[in-house]
Ligand binder design. Sequence first.
Ligand code: TXA
Ligand code: MG
Length: 343
Amino acid sequence: MGTRRRRVSVIYFISKLIKWDDLGMEIILNCTQDSIKKAAKALKDGYLVAFPTETVYGLGADASNPTSVARIYEVKGRPTDHPLIVHISSISQMDKWAVDVPYYAINLARNFWPGPMTLILKRSQLAKDFITGGQNLVGLRVPSHPTALMLMKEFENLGRFGVAAPSANRFGAVSPTTADAVLEELDTFLSGKDLLLDGGTSEVGIESTIIDCSGFTPNILRPGIISKELVEEVSGLQSGNNISGSNVKSSGLLISHYSPIAEVILDGKTSPEDGFFAMAEIQTPIGAIRLGSPATIEEYAKNLYSALRLADQKGLKRISVIQPSGDGLAIAIRDRLSKAAAR
Ligand code: TXA
Ligand code: MG
């Protein structure tokens, strides 16, 4: 009797930790090493695993498995010629996926990995067309979120090489920065054997800086928290942010992206009933619905996507946003906002 009661309470405890969802994927709230091992095994077996990173949540698949990767495109509703970032556990895995890595790229990796930076490099044999969108270049990133990093390590311990992961949202929609936002986006598209690892709110809140390192100098394709100034300081080279001049195909380069359902108005007139997002020191216009009051630029980035989501949850028609001024992270925020506002 005593044993049975103990067993029942253990099952109750586990069921509290692992919340089963009726239709969609299994959600793991408490990411212990065992649950991360289980997620690595699920990836190896061909299932999808949504996982937290310090930027936004990713939707992962075995980057060497064409069937699993095809499911990412299906679940996201993303065109199949858009390349995916391969996530690895450390710089030592880089030469599995990339060849002819220039010294400045190694320097960037040494300085900013694990962290919110993706390097675009010449691909190795391992990076097939279904990962690179048919280009001869591959995107690589070592994420710093402990759950993501452990997932990559456990996956590699199973003899696999990397996890392909776009942001875990439907194509063109706002990237998720919490597990709830992943559910909101993808629950109906994922099956019972797919997993979602809940790792709390993403610390950075906007996607990684993407740097094309296939040329003699770095070229920033997507701005992020790793700024142009930092890239130049570490590489010792002038960096382009020649997004439009680049012939690299990248969906983050689309003019319209990261869009909520509500219309986003930048630095314009706020009407009553509009959502309103701005730094804390800016007063809420009369009748507007405040969606957030970040005190710092870092907080602005961290809260932005959940504020856009909140507006949609409230069924608002418009969101009035006062953009942050300045360089660095503010440039990346304005980049995302201009895409969210484009129709
Ligand atoms: O922060 C991030 O980068 C997140 C987390 C999950 O790591 N991932 C992310 O992935 O934002 P995604 O797919 O939503 O955006 C990645 C961008 C896309 O615009 C894609 O086209 C570009 O990176 N990209 C990936 N591989 C590339 C390649 N080989 N050449 C050019 N662009 C590439
Ligand atoms: Mg994305």
